[in-house]
Design a protein around this ligand. Sequence first.
Ligand code: NAD
Length: 419
Amino acid sequence: MKVWIFGLHGIVSTTAIVGAKAIEKGKAPKVGLVSELSHFKEELSETVPFEFEFGGVEIRETDKSVYETALHHWVLNQHFDKDILEETKDQTSKIKPKKGTALNCGNAIRELGRVEALEDSGLTLKEISEKIEADITDFADDETVAINVASTEPVIKYNEEYHGSLYGFEKMIKENKKEFASASMLYAYAALKNNIPYVNFTPSTGSSIPALKELAQKTNTPHAGNDGKTGETLAKTTIVPLFSYRNLKVLGWMGYNILGDLDGVVLNHTENKESKIISKDGVLEKVLGYSPYTITEINYFPPLQDNKTAFDFVHYEGFLGKKMKFYFIWDGIDAILAAPLVLDLARFALYAKKKQQAGVIKELAFFFKSPMDTNIYNTHEQFILLKEWFDSLRSRSDAGSNIGSRVWKQDGRGFAKTA
Ligand code: NAD
């Protein structure tokens, strides 16, 4: 399969690419991959084998290869064995990004280095959108998935006129209303319009607005998001149910996160941090059914590089009103936790397309902090949902996996429905 990555030079992206190539060569184990659990493994090895070709989009270091940027991340983080990087150099040095857009991504992006974005040469929204689409369609075949792992954007205010319907969204593009569009929306639009499944691993808007959900339905394309659940929130949504099951009342939850690296630089900006905090904070109420007092903090701590440490303190009430405390520390390497999920999501999203599932795949909630179109935030329930969904698709025929794009192209009026 092919994977088109928005944010190709980031540490999550480069770790996923290097890791995939190392596994393909038999140089690394498949530990950490959900798709390689026994429940999914055999079926996926036949329908969506573990073989990847990568391409994608960047807004910095667009002349550099994935090998060069992976090496840069490695020098700072040493997040895996250096031999793995060198043994995959032949493949990764051939992958270079196309230029993307940084539209409404905030000032934080400019701190990542010299930004080279499509809009810098004065292109209109329509021209930017067409260029993004041309690049993805040049690369894509019927077995391609697009994944957003670009830096977190500031929250963009919902606008009913331009975000509420596909007609309005396309009007926004035509009328060059740049202030209402963000990079993640334009990327999702390009993928979904061309029947390419889209996954949003970030808290940015992506495909979550009604306009793009409508588009996905019209082109019969699956999509999923938002914001990969990889560390503290994964631990939190796995532990919180303990309090519910035992009828213990959570009074307060404090989560204090520190991280370095580029993600830390971006999240150090209040406007970019806001979407991440909403994403992390919201899970408690969803799992418990009530809102305890919460403090959620994320702070930039440069010496940690890609290591993220979260300190969590839980104050809860038990029998006879007695108050007690529970603490945990999550100490993880962000990219090592996230990269395998990018590969998992690519395979599950293509599997969904092959089984002719369209629209939001809410059953992939297991992978996200803010899963779209579901209220199931409990990790245990999400895992059961994932397995049941997979079993139900397995029993479907996969004939016509590539029907969507073909029919769309044949139909001169635009979108056509496939059964
Ligand atoms: P990173 O800063 O290393 O990588 C982001 C990359 O995106 C950079 O190379 C940057 O230049 C590029 N970029 C920024 N804006 C872009 C745009 N508009 N178009 C194209 N490229 C753009 O960050 P990372 O640690 O790899 O994380 C990537 C994303 O995944 C972040 O949004 C992060 O919040 C999200 N995420 C990560 C984890 C995890 O690492 N465990 C978990 C959940 C979500």
